[in-house]
Design a protein around this ligand. Structure first.
Ligand code: F6P
Length: 507
């Protein structure tokens, strides 16, 4: 892309902005903050505090056209095999269509029926066992929609292979009244199968081997493997190879969320996702929230050269959202070759990190305001809370607005340099009316399509994750040595071998 006129025009335009301060941009244009915004269905994106101008937005829109974003969107929505390295579609948008494909509708009905039974049954706890995309989506959504949970069910999430996580998650639970949902697209993931095996033994200890299988359901694209594990066929929910793990919340991977909030609220979340899907597909780039977020991401990453960005929800209910976006973005965008296998010629995915505000203000905002690196921030907040403590909410949101203001405009203090705030630090604000199933769905789809927009410009495949494979292969070889079923590898490097030896000697 950097050979194109569109890219080069952006490069020259960026250089022309050298020395320009956000203070100048706002002082020279009293309506900037009202104009550099986009809105759809109750969700406002204020991108005016980024280091850009109206011309930047036009040039970025031209870049999107040059990259063929419109065609790529139609290919993804049309179910074409856009995941080229795995030769399959990435068709998560089909999961949230009002009239989805029949197999999707059937699985939704299966989920809704199961959810109604479990929610009215004798269970007191549900534990979702999964990791990565089989954990983060339902975990973030269940926490986000805590105010919409309308049962006594205690829904928990077990992911880490660390036995401490099993101990923590099962603490205080009655195995006789605990249901486990094993979520694994492949049903081969070591963490998930290890935790599921331990969970089954824990249940069997209490209720006996025969009754234990009724405590398990599964969500997988490999139903035979789930049945081999001992899970009844009617408790196995399908997902399809055309749904990527980190794009799977709208599939049966969201079953634990549905158990917590019910099928109606789940449907509202799907409607929020679909609203953004249609917006992404139809709105002009300069009014298109996901495209704008992605194009600003390109601007910040490739033209300003900033290597990280922070996602800071001013919402305790969205405390896990940064971790969710971290997987979505970094597993999708952390690529060094393009879809055709040739090396990329520009930096790709930034490091994504974050925590909820206001906690982060007392931890890392020092660096955001006065550090030597610039970290663009996405602030996320809502006008109305899901609780009655209005005073808290006013203070929470006052802090969000103040942080974005302080980052942008700073406060010079020539006398005491350590008290000086340089400002000129970019941020974007996403302001929703209220965190609801609908708006949560909007946020999830918004970031999915942001990532897609960036990947389209970079020419990478955002739907594979081959970079996680080597570590898995090496770990299984080392695990065989640790358990004494394989001899040490004589060709292993001296550092890794010494560490293994020390572990074996000291455990
Ligand atoms: O480790 C990478 C990964 O494949 C993720 O992409 C995925 O979400 C996670 O592992 C879990 O995979 P599975 O659902 O197959 O257990």
């Amino acid at each position: 892309m950097q050979d194109t006129g569109e890219w080069q025009a952006l490069g020259a335009h960026r250089e022309a902005l050298d020395g320009v301060h956000l203070r100048d941009l706002f002082e020279g244009d009293r309506h900037r903050g009202e104009r550099l915004v986009a809105e759809t269905d109750g969700l406002l994106l204020d991108f005016s505090k980024n280091l850009l101008t109206d011309e930047t937005v036009e040039l970025l829109a031209a870049l999107a056209d040059r990259a063929g974003l419109g065609h790529r969107i139609e290919a993804m929505f049309g179910g074409e095999p856009v995941n080229t390295t795995e030769n399959r579609p990435a068709w998560h948008v089909a999961l949230r269509q009002p009239n989805p494909p029949p197999e999707v509708r059937a699985e939704f009905d299966h989920m809704a029926e199961f959810a109604a039974e479990v929610r009215n049954g004798h269970w007191h706890a549900v534990v979702n066992i999964g990791i990565g995309g089989s954990d983060l989506g339902p975990a973030v959504a269940t926490a986000a929609l805590g105010a919409y949970a309308d049962t006594e069910l205690d829904v928990r999430f077990l992911s880490n292979i660390d036995g401490a996580h099993f101990r923590e998650v099962t603490q205080g639970l009655d195995p006789a009244r605990t249901l486990f949902i094993v979520v694994s697209k492949t049903f081969t993931t070591t963490e998930t199968l290890t935790n599921a095996t331990t969970a089954r033994a824990w249940v069997a200890d209490a209720v006996g081997e025969d009754a234990a299988s009724s405590h398990f359901a599964a969500v997988t694209a490999s139903p035979n493997k789930a049945q081999d594990f001992g899970i009844d066929a009617e408790s196995v929910f399908a997902m399809w190879d055309w749904v990527g793990g980190r794009y799977s919340l709208a599939s049966a991977v969201g079953l634990s969320l549905m158990l917590a909030v019910g099928s109606d609220a789940f449907s509202e979340m799907l409607a929020g996702m679909h609203q953004i899907d249609e917006h992404f597909r139809t709105a002009p780039w300069v009014e298109n929230l996901p495209a704008l977020l992605g194009l600003i991401g390109i601007w910040n990453r490739n033209f300003w050269g900033w290597p990280t960005y922070a996602v800071l929800p001013y919402s305790q209910e969205l405390a896990l959202f940064p971790a969710y976006i971290q997987q979505l973005d970094m597993e999708s965008s952390g690529k060094s070759v393009q879809a055709d296998g040739t090396p990329v010629s520009t930096p790709t995915g930034p490091v994504v990190w974050g925590q909820p505000g206001t906690n982060g203000q007392h931890a890392f905002h020092q660096l955001l305001h006065q550090g030597t690196d610039i970290v663009p921030v996405d602030f996320i907040g809502f006008c109305r809370p899901n609780h009655s403590h209005i005073g808290h909410h006013d203070l929470l949101m006052a802090n969000l607005f103040a942080q974005a203001e302080a980052l942008a405009f700073g406060a010079p203090d020539a006398g005491e340099p350590h008290r000086s705030f340089p400002g000129n630090r970019p941020s974007t604000v996403l302001l929703g009316d209220q965190l609801t199933p609908h708006s949560l769905g909007q946020l999830v789809a918004l970031y999915e399509h942001k990532v897609f927009t960036q990947a389209t410009v970079w020419g990478i495949n955002p739907f594979d994750q081959w970079g996680v494979e080597l570590g898995k292969t090496l770990a299984s070889g080392i695990a065989a040595e640790l358990t004494g079923t394989a001899a040490p590898n004589p060709t292993r490097d001296s550092s890794t071998q010494s560490l293994i030896n020390r572990f074996l000697a000291h455990r």
